[in-house]
Ligand binder design. Sequence first.
Ligand code: DX5
Ligand code: ZN
Length: 225
Amino acid sequence: MEREYQLCPSILSADFWKLGEQIREVEKAGCRWLHIDIMDGTFVPPVSFGETVVASIRKQTELFFDVHMMTVHPETHIESMAAAGADLMCVHAEACRHLDRTLQAIRAAGMKTGVALNPATPLSALDYVLDKTDMVLLMTVNPGYGGQSYLPAMTGKIRSLREKLDAAGYPQIHIEVDGGINAKTADTVLEAGANILVAGSAFFSGDLQANGRFFHERIQAHLAG
Ligand code: DX5
Ligand code: ZN
């Protein structure tokens, strides 16, 4: 199976004074996906931004909007996120009392689905919803903040997830890794089986174009085997 690989910069680490320019840099770096972190101050301590910002940037870019809901009751935002222009809505298994229903509702609203798992949440949380899942987001740090260090125990979790998806007949489900993905960890997560790499601080610091080139080179090197 031909697997799609994407570098997905997280705008949480962008300079919001010049958000538009920063999104142009993401496009210029050859990225197709944009990671958008929605935080409600309850599921995670910080508050970030919501539908208004998503709708505003939607008018200016064709990037695929990968919306990571770090909120309680994410089901209350399905219609509004779809209207704002989200392409994929990723909800935390820990935040959904009715995960199956929520995933159905996300698809019914015309978006792709993602299920995010905190580092301590077992993969078995996915067992009965794989047919409704387009992407699994493995948190490789505890959610809430950019710039944290990759948790080494997550490498085995990525590998186990790839094996599980292949064995269950869902090799097409994307594995996204989020948190601490940088020059030190990119090869490790690619080798373990991740195909969507979120990069916040490692993309939005220093020379953005050089950062983009670095990650794309690592993806090409991985594909070349
Ligand atoms: C953290 C967010 C991440 C964050 C990653 O909870 O979900 O998307 O932006 O930032 P880095 O890449 O700096 O760890
Ligand atoms: Zn995220």
